[in-house]
Design a protein around this ligand. Structure first.
Ligand code: OXD
Ligand code: MN
Length: 589
């Protein structure tokens, strides 16, 4: 039965059904009874495997198709009216041409299948920040993941009413054909279509598709920012909670920072950290002229390998119930899961790898796929902030950019002002690790960690950032961190993880004028004595080394930035060009 009279929603459902010819249409009302019946069906068809109800209550395992395990950037398109609007960093195709192609793929694609209509909210339903979407899909896996990652059901439709302010999406697994896999955004029409994939990052449309690619366009239009950022609350011994956001490319410890546990000495003194978000932040100007952030999601879609009781106990605890695991190892003896890095050795017992093959780790192959995931409710996280549930936002004191740089960036520095901070974000880069690709140390430019997620021309996006600064009389301060500086033998100089709080403490002190700094050519750096090293095992000499600037690497960095900026031609905001020129001059031989 239809759950709404909203004309835009009804039209989407009618047109999609006509095109894809499903055998039935099911509206997702969000009730536990309906979700439970879907889990039962998924278990019967083998799409989900029920895990041990005592050890992992409400948890399931899914094994994806072996060729459908990650986001497909090469097949992700921004179909704005012109190529220029999408910009040089996005794939583009004429919207009409793309629609014709997708319609052919979708014709009859749901024959014999059930079509589910998922009403979902990004943000707390009814809150001023919330936005609504509909995803029509033929995948139970998508329904059950969206039920964790977003707020779904009748209450969304009630909040939406007759409004046409809704993002309309269609997803079909079709045949999971990688050659015909497309993840497509039509920003002018607020539409998303994804076909031939069932991987979360491609098809949980509330996440990257809506909350970053489409929302970044909405943000530009409406005067706010949709960012690939964690949101963290840091409570000091006085009981004050101050909030930061952080944007980092993948493999830089974003989830760990979002769930940071203070070092022992800090804990004893009353420090505590609160997670507001681990992946996405929507940022608006508040009536007080500060920047306010919400996490529009309702769960964590985290990378499983490497998550352990030691590296991130809060993430592990988040997966203890009502979680869907994808592509991890199954222990058939007690129906629990495992992945590389959870413990040193795989458990004893009858194990199956992510492909479902008998596996014991002795042949040197991995058991879990490197991009295996957990989809876990945020409410499970032991350090989830109470602000997360209110959805009214938290005021941001600092924006932190970062990357993995062996030599170039110091442990931390503060930008001189907002425009310089935008330059720092726009020139973010990370060096590849041996684990990630064959080539080590290749610099990947990833502005604001948004390279795969910005729904319009990156140069216009930087301009939008600059414009936002004008609207923020009490703008957050902008910083850059690098937890990955190495010595000449390639050893990390900084311990990272909980010890990163030592740097965050300095950052927050800077935001509240509680500490001085040394002015350098790249911005403000800490005086070594101002970073608390007690109990860290780091010496002041090492800290000094972490803060040095190697002129040769900065010259190389400038050359890389210049080359990267060239592709944007005249669209590059003059402020960024000028910042680059000043930096080049400062490091000129
Ligand atoms: C990502 C993710 O790819 O969050 O950034 O999954
Ligand atoms: Mn992400």
């Amino acid at each position: 039965m239809e759950l709404t009279q909203n004309p835009s929603v009804l039209e989407l459902v009618r047109k999609t059904a006509e095109l894809t010819t499903p055998k039935e249409i099911v509206w997702i009302d969000g009730s536990e009874a309906q979700l439970e019946s879907l889990r039962k069906i998924a278990v019967e068809t083998g799409e989900l495997i029920k895990l041990n109800e005592e050890k992992l209550p409400g948890c399931y395992l899914n094994r994806s198709d072996v060729n459908d395990v990650a986001r497909v950037e090469g097949r992700t398109f921004i179909c704005s009216r012109t190529r220029e609007e999408a910009g040089p960093t996005n794939n583009w195709m004429d919207p009409d041409e793309m629609k014709a192609k997708l319609h052919e793929i979708l014709r009859g694609a749901m024959a014999g299948r059930t079509m589910y209509v998922i009403p979902y909210a990004m943000g707390v339903i009814g809150s001023p920040f919330a936005k609504y979407g509909i995803e029509v899909t033929d995948s139970i896996y998508v329904v059950l993941n969206m039920a964790i990652m977003t707020r779904i059901g009748t209450k969304v439709l009630d909040a939406l009413g007759d409004s046409s302010d809704v993002i309309l999406g269609v997803h079909s697994k079709v045949t999971l054909d990688p050659e015909n896999r497309y993840i497509v955004h039509f920003p002018e029409e607020n539409k998303i279509i994804s076909v031939n994939s069932n991987y979360g990052g491609n098809v949980l449309q509330g996440k990257k598709c809506f909350s970053l690619r489409i929302a970044s366009v909405l943000g530009r239009r409406e005067g706010w920012l949709a960012e690939h950022m964690l949101i963290l609350g840091i409570q000091n011994p006085k009981g004050e909670v101050r909030y930061v956001t952080g944007a980092f490319p993948s493999a830089c410890g974003k989830t760990n920072l979002a769930m940071l546990i203070p070092p022992e000495g800090y804990r004893k003194n009353g420090w505590k950290c609160w997670t507001v978000g681990d992946d996405i932040a929507w940022l608006r100007v508040g009536p007080d002229g500060r920047l306010w952030a919400v996490n529009p999601e309702n769960g964590f879609f985290g990378v499983a390998p490497g998550t352990s009781q030691k590296s991130n106990p809060n993430a592990l605890a988040s997966t203890s119930k009502n979680t869907i695991f994808t592509n991890v190892v199954l222990n058939e003896d007690d129906m629990t899961v495992w992945w590389e890095g959870m413990t040193k050795q795989p458990p004893k017992g009858h194990l199956r790898n992510w492909k479902g093959e008998v596996w014991d780790g002795s042949d040197g192959t991995r058991g879990a796929h490197p991009n295996s995931r957990f989809t876990a409710p945020a409410e499970n996280c032991p350090c989830i902030s109470e602000e997360f549930f209110k959805g009214t936002g938290v005021p941001i004191s600092a924006i932190i950019f970062g990357g993995r740089r062996a030599k170039t960036a110091p442990l931390v520095y503060q930008s001189r002002d907002w425009a310089h901070g935008v330059f720092v974000g726009a020139t973010m880069a990370s060096e590849t690790t041996a684990a990630a690709t064959g080539a080590v140390g290749v610099v990947r430019r990833d502005p604001m960690a948004m390279r795969p997620f910005c729904g319009y021309n990156m140069a216009d996006y930087w301009q939008h950032w600059l414009d936002m600064g004008e609207k923020l009389p009490n703008a957050p301060k902008i910083f850059n961190v690098n937890w990955f500086r190495t010595d000449d033998n390639g050893r990390f100089l900084w311990p990272g993880f909980g010890d990163n709080l030592r740097v965050l403490e300095w950052i927050l002190k800077r935001c509240f004028d509680e500490v001085g700094a040394d002015e350098t050519v790249i911005g403000y750096e800490p005086k070594p004595e101002d970073i608390n090293l007690d109990g860290s095992g780091v010496t002041v000499e090492t800290l000094r080394a972490l803060l040095t600037l190697d002129a040769e690497s900065w010259r190389e960095n400038c050359a890389g930035i210049r080359e990267y900026f060239e592709q944007f031609g005249d669209k590059l905001p003059h402020e960024l060009r000028e910042e680059l020129e000043a930096l080049e001059k400062a490091f000129a031989e």
